[in-house]
Design a protein around this ligand. Structure first.
Ligand code: ADP
Ligand code: MG
Length: 186
């Protein structure tokens, strides 16, 4: 089981964002997490990636508990946050190189993820010069750098034009042949 959520509740001060949620995602599945704005999708993803703690309940990612085994969860998970925060003044390779240094991944992996995400024709550009679709590819490439088993993608296709939407969906389908993908959308 790649993701196992058991009776998760999250309360921010007086705002209940998640109310007793349970679900499972099997290995190498692509699963959509659907709900309108404010439904709690990002909150759940932040819990699964160890950014925040649940108020009640428990969750496991790749068999590791998100509150007691954070390091192993973090090595198992590639995360594309909502609004894809990028350093737009950096060149694509420079950005991936910076993050590869942070993660301690090999330099050869940078070219692999560039190829895997179809970034090759744009890889020499500054991130600020890229279209939204290519910026999403940079976010995906970044999430794949440490070769995680599970990808957690928060609204990866929101704001894309119809062509880019199809391209990114196909890319995610391709990645999902080998990895578990958990993605949100409204
Ligand atoms: P979604 O991603 O589905 O749009 P969110 O998880 O972002 O939903 O938000 C769920 C609810 O929790 C919303 O009502 C939102 O305003 C609230 N919320 C999210 N983050 C915080 C926070 N840090 N502090 C207080 N309330 C929050
Ligand atoms: Mg959200």
């Amino acid at each position: 089981m790649s993701i196992e959520v058991t009776n998760i509740t999250k309360v921010y001060k007086d705002q209940k964002a998640l109310n007793d949620i349970s679900f499972k995602v099997n290995d190498a599945e692509i699963v959509g997490f659907l709900g309108p704005n404010g439904a709690g999708k990002s909150t759940m993803m932040k819990i699964l990636t160890t950014y925040i703690e649940a108020s009640e309940g428990s969750a496991k990612v790749n068999g590791f508990n998100v509150s007691s085994d954070k390091k192993n969860v973090q090595s198992s998970v590639g995360y594309l946050p909502e609004h894809n925060p990028l350093y737009t003044d950096l060149y694509v390779k420079e950005y991936l190189n910076f993050n590869a240094n942070v993660y301690g991944t090999s330099k050869s992996r940078i070219n692999e993820v560039i190829e895997l995400t179809g970034l090759t024709p744009e890889a020499h550009k500054k991130i600020s010069q890229l279209s939204k679709g290519y910026r999403q590819r940079v976010g995906l490439a970044n999430a794949l750098l440490h070769n995680p088993d599970v990808l957690i993608l928060d609204e990866p296709t929101t704001g894309l034009d119809p062509n880019q939407l199809v391209d990114i969906r196909n890319l995610i389908k391709n990645i999902g042949k080998e990895k578990t993908v958990f993605l949100s959308t409204h």
